[in-house]
Design a protein around this ligand. Structure first.
Ligand SMILES: C[S@@+](CC[C@H](N)C(=O)[O-])C[C@H]1O[C@@H](n2cnc3c(N)ncnc32)[C@H](O)[C@@H]1O
Length: 197
């Protein structure tokens, strides 16, 4: 699956990151300053742990809660909590809220298993994102930030429109570390207006 000649893959190996995806978060954070040392962060779809590693470089007094349906090796960091579970299930939401009742930032690099069929992958990605957005509305504090990955396609605008009701700013970003032929995009939503209704 990984291209060993890929410069980000090599860099991740050399610098001890568990994924090349780590550089995507670094890049987005450099531009948008997503979190600080006291942040409480939820990392949805965290395995093998690259994004959590990046978050833990700065989060000292807060928490980083990683959730994945796959098991992963411990990151050996006192601020890190791993939940082995499906992010779309209510039981997982309860476990997330047991660790912290509100989060400053939710990041999601979660993706459904890809089939290679662009339309199907897009539809599955939209479905997963909608569920993660629903979870985010329950756990994110007012003015908080939500960053997520989406496989591009015709329903993108519908997803963004739904989020614009809940956030002051919704913006599409495509980090350089994303592979050239990839149809993934990242969406950053800032200024959560709080649970409505
Ligand atoms: C691209 S990987 C994340 C890589 C991670 N950001 C890193 O830097 O190491 C996507 C992850 O999302 C997880 N995932 C997909 N659907 C999920 C779900 N419903 N609940 C929890 N995790 C899920 C997958 O198991 C996979 O590990």
């Amino acid at each position: 699956m990984y291209d060993r000649k890929d410069p980000y893959y090599k860099k991740a190996k050399q610098e001890g990151y568990k994924s090349r995806a780590a550089y995507k978060l670094k890049e987005i954070d450099k531009k948008y300053n997503l979190y600080h040392q006291n942040s409480r962060v939820l990392d949805a779809g965290c395995a093998p742990g690259g994004w959590s590693q990046v978050l833990l470089e700065r989060v000292k007094n807060g928490v980083v809660v990683g959730v994945d349906i796959l098991e992963m090796d411990s990151l050996n960091h006192p601020a890190f909590h791993f939940i082995h579970g499906d992010i779309t299930e209510d039981e997982t939401v309860e476990r997330i809220l047991e660790i912290s009742d509100k989060y400053d930032l939710v990041v999601s690099d979660a993706a459904p298993n890809t089939s290679g069929q662009k339309l199907l992958d897009h539809v599955n990605s939209v479905e997963l994102v909608q569920k993660i957005a629903e979870l985010t509305r329950k756990v994110l504090k007012k003015k908080g930030t939500f960053l997520f990955k989406l496989f591009e396609g015709e329903d993108k605008d519908m997803v963004l429109k739904g989020l614009r009701k809940d956030f002051d700013m919704v913006k599409v970003v495509k980090p350089d570390a994303t592979r050239k032929n990839s149809f993934e995009i990242y969406v950053i939503c800032r200024g959560y207006k709080g649970e409505q209704g």
